[in-house]
Ligand binder design. Sequence first.
Ligand SMILES: [Zn+2]
Length: 356
Amino acid sequence: MTHKTNGLFYDGQSSASQKIELFFDTDKKVLFFENRNGERQNWILIDTIVNINGQILNFQHGDNPVQSINIEEKDFVSYLILFRKNSGHINWYQKLIGMGFKAHVVLATLILGIVGLSYIYAIPWVAEKSVVLIPKEYDDDLGSMFFKQNMIFNNIDIHKTNALNQFAKELKLNNTKKLKFTVVNSSVVNAFALPDGNIVVFSGILDSMNSYDELVGLLGHEVAHVNNRHSMKMLCRNLSGYIFVSAILGDVNGIMAVVGDNVNTLQSLSFSREFERQSDLEGFEILSTNKINPYGMLNLFKRLQEEEQDISMPEFLSSHPVTIERIKFIKKLIQTRPFYFTDNPKLKTLFKEIKQ
Ligand SMILES: [Zn+2]
């Protein structure tokens, strides 16, 4: 069947229009007409781009030059729209054009959303996973780098450091690498673990403790951060913008260079909720293995949380966040996991020495 209508043809070379009689062969799906020179033109429907602007239907054809036809006759316009819909000859691009401005806004928002989400989630995720590319020996290099560059180690308390190392020796810490403990004299209420297994405890957090089981809770938590390479993972995550491409390309040297440049952030690294939970759980298991009262861990966190209300937030809470949630989690562990504890006089004595 052939439909006929009137239209204006633009040859793409001159801005003047040509009045034409346009035919549409519904079987062959071809538009044909004669131009002003009497030459017959055949446009296959699926090779044309169809735009609908209000009442005007516009066909575009070819690319050098782009030729076009405008049609205003309502019946033909609605017939053609229906025909294209039913024949399924609309590709996604043409569908989109047909949907108009709103669809473009939706699509643009969608694309921006995907880009935004990948920036927030995918890139840090890839960066965090890139930690498997970094050789484990580099954890040790990074720890020594931090140790050399950091002024805090000018204030090591040798007596307390010795006592803390002896205290730790009494415990099964499920450690995957050799651990070293350092006490730094400072009123800062904090402790942190370096990737090389050096666990640094400030005298400020020791001062806030009442019993040795609290200290075991803290050490257990920090050891879990070391065992799971959390600080290296967090560094990679925080620097994901810089190391993403290196991570994708597997460029280990590039990743290590960026991580090394940021070694000083290890002390104030704020861990994710997921890492804190994992360390609290594994810390709890360490308490359990050593027959230590798990309420020690709970009491320490509760007290730090209370201190937060009085003065400025202790550093431990800002670098190991989500405390209310963590307190609830430990309470739940105490309620649901079996544990057995005994008094440990040796730890008690060493704890006294550490507190002196
Ligand atoms: Zn932590």
